[in-house]
Design a protein around this ligand. Structure first.
Ligand code: GUN
Length: 169
């Protein structure tokens, strides 16, 4: 889709198309509607970043909660969103060795027990499972405030890649 089409979409269509740029958060698309017209793709990404920056800590945590575990139950049962299915498949997370799957499952559980929300990382910015495992291990050392900032930065990176995949200048 080109920018002109994005700017001309009826609101309902815009919300449908951009409703999962932030996982299961159509409110993000609704919020950026009023910022049209966008003059370039970066402006769409910036609008999403500004939306995420405007959230309280509680709201940020709620948005992170909407993300599926990497290689978790939703992945096992084919219930991921279209975008997450693509991301997790393309990074090999749906075809892990049983050893790596076990490691990731235990780390996901440890992370959730520590912070109260699932581990989210922009997996397409990593080199794959080994880097993802190192990232969780590293982030488990963060304090909660630091980790909320980190995880929201990762949500921003994911949404940026989703937007770039959809909109061509
Ligand atoms: N990184 C990219 N996509 C996803 C996702 O759907 N869930 C999590 N936890 N991390 C991601």
């Amino acid at each position: 889709m080109c920018l002109e089409e994005v700017n001309d979409l009826p609101s309902e269509q815009f919300i449908k198309i951009f409703g999962n740029v932030v996982e299961h958060t159509p409110a993000a698309a609704i919020c950026i509607l009023k910022k049209r017209p966008f003059h370039n793709v970066e402006a769409i990404c910036d609008a999403i970043d500004a939306y995420l920056d405007s959230l309280s800590e509680h709201e940020s945590k709620n948005i992170v909660q909407l993300h599926p575990d990497l290689a978790g139950k939703l992945a096992d049962t084919g219930k991921l969103s279209f975008e997450s299915t693509y991301e997790q498949t393309s990074m090999g997370l749906l075809s892990l060795s049983s050893e790596n799957k076990h490691k990731l499952t235990l780390l996901n559980e440890e992370y959730k027990a520590r912070f109260g929300f699932p581990f989210v990382v922009c997996i397409r910015d990593t080199n794959g499972i080994n880097e993802i495992i190192r990232a969780i291990q590293h982030r488990l050392n963060n304090e909660i405030d630091e980790e909320i900032n980190t995880v929201i930065d990762e949500v921003k990176k994911i949404s940026r890649l989703r937007i770039l995949a959809m909109v061509k200048e």
